[in-house]
Design a protein around this ligand. Sequence first.
Ligand code: FAD
Length: 486
Amino acid sequence: MKTSAQMNPAQSAMIAALADTVDRRVIVTDAASIAPWLEDWRGRYHGSAPALLAPSTTAEVAAIVRAAAEYRVPLVPQGGNTSMVGGATPPADGSALILSLRRMDRIRALDDEGGLVVVEAGVILQTLQEAALAAGRRFPLTLGARGSATIGGLVSTNAGGTQVLRFGTMRGLVAGVEAVLPDGTIHDGLAALKKDNRGYDLTQLLVGAEGTLGIVTAATLRLVPAIAARAVAWVGVHGPDVALRLLRMLERGTALIEGFELLPAESLDAVVAHVAGARAPLSGTHAWHVLIEAATSDPGVDPAAILEPLLADALAQGLGDDAVIAASEAQAEAFWRIRDSISASERAQGPATQHDISVPVDAMPRFMTGAAAACQARFPGTHASGFGHLGDGNVHFHVRAPAGASPERWYAEEAQAVTAFVHDLVVAAGGSISAEHGIGQMKAAELERLSSPARMAALHAVKHAFDPHGLFNPGKLVLAPRASTP
Ligand code: FAD
């Protein structure tokens, strides 16, 4: 079992001061309770922290942040710890304390008429989705980690997921944010104002800030009408170019398409091999697969009746080899389970480097094919491929190590060069090295390497203005605050 670090004098003084002001459940120093939160989901980053702070109110968060500011103790905000970029893992030297928001788990208000919900940072995405559904509404953002990811994490990473095509990323669904800033003051921006021109938009600045500017304690989120009916289809296609033409054709035919996920045969094979009960939806062999969801909130509309003739046309035009529409909700869920299990099943396939990247949507098919070939030529024995949100111009481009490669050697000796190679291709294609997962610690150096001086200067200036002592999530997103120029 991992042991927690020893407290340094500043941490001891901070904890002693805090003990007088907060509930005793807030301060956790027992190593066994801290251990599960010291490693990231992929098991790639291993941190250390002598204490985990678990407030249950905004006032307690503010008290913690004030004490941290006074004693100059860094804090690492953490929600569900499902970050794909080591964003919530504390540094290995034990210099920071974990600030867990998971006990802030109340839904403060749900206005079904107005389509708004005020939720605390620790509310789990699935809990919010269920609460919205019970009120006849829907929170449309969803992703594979919905059973663990929290609202604070989703806001702070500007999460994307599988329904971005129709509803956008978290940024578009956040109507307001309450946050504790690095000096311990509380920014109360929960009011959902349609119009608000009081200068810089603090709420949107905090969205995607990865805990480096403020601790999100609550958010006002937009709800949409509940789904009355949906049709979920699985289509076998030749390649990403055909898949994108299929999407464009479907979008011309209906406004109901809200999910369009592309996966190569090997991702499906990995899920079938490693996930209990998973079965291929189509009987034949297909190089690529597309998962499509068409949904409506209008009880008078039948999405299957709309999708079926469109897919028949698509097959007739060569935009697919075979297709099936789920015959029941259970089958629709089984199709989605395949998509949601890709990351977990890939972990069982040996070492790989993952790249969450975006390029302009129309350029993505050519990028995927070209980048895979270039990677495999440059790093013999590797296998490169992408899967995911083709309609958003965002795929998860993974390069698997040669068969039999030792994980330690791969990560120590090859992975960095592979990642630099892929990122250079992305930048050359006018894309982004982080489409939806954020920068965290995994990509902080690459962000510095590949960003324009103007972008980096602005990021550093914002960070320094909010957090001059670099106490919020050190080592993530921007590497170190630069001294301001005189
Ligand atoms: P954490 O991992 O705990 O933290 C993430 C970041 O936010 C860290 O930088 C942390 O410091 C900061 N943070 C957390 N809470 C707060 C807070 N209250 N205030 C300030 N900062 C905070 N992401 C996608 O976008 N799309 C996907 O499709 C997707 N699929 C996934 C599938 C799987 C199986 C897994 C494991 C992850 C997936 N992710 C996806 C990544 C992850 O789920 C998201 O990044 C999610 O937003 C993280 O939420 P969390 O609560 O786990 O945050």
